[in-house]
Design a protein around this ligand. Sequence first.
Ligand code: URA
Length: 226
Amino acid sequence: MRLDQFVSQATGMSRKEAHRCIRGKHIVVSGAVIRKSSTHVNPDDEVLLNFEPIALPGHIYIVLNKPAGVVSATEDTSQPTVMGLIDHPHWHTLHIVGRLDKDTTGLILLTNDGEWSHRITSPHHHVDKTYLTTLAEPLSAENAAKLEEGVMLTGEKQPTRPAVVEMLSDTQVRLTIHEGKYHQVKRMFAAVDNVVVNLHRERVGQWVLPADLDEGEWCLLENHAF
Ligand code: URA
């Protein structure tokens, strides 16, 4: 890995800032001051920034309980973002694994392991997602059966894959889907002439939102094996 890339990933500096820092003789690699950004760093090199060791973060796996009103984005000029809630020293290396709408609450995964997030979001893997939904109108048994079988969403060529509907009351439904189309849950209920008034994600794959994780809080995943 290039030295400017290493410094940037280890510290959160931009590549430009890392370059300036290297040119300014602030970086020592295995005992020698290095002023060239393109210098190759080996895994066993010791890298110091202003005499303090710096290191690459390694893989990080996080679960966040997203509050409403926060956008699933790394940056936004006018709205609070999911990334703004992650006060982890290596937050700058993370990306979001599958988005939620601004008004949706609940489980969001974040990582810096691109392969892991790809496997979770890939349409080929059909990872389950479970949502708690509150509806504007009671859901009839007939419409629940339609949702389970698969419904045609506006603008799509194929119906949704079979889903699982658990009726908690006539307007409260736990829905498990095995795909992740844009606004899928809201569009599925719209396809049976209903409206989602509240949407909360409880689970993605084997990861369930911890009961003691308050809205806006995050923790490291105990087990990220997939
Ligand atoms: N489906 C939706 O419609 N919205 C979400 O945020 C997630 C799934």
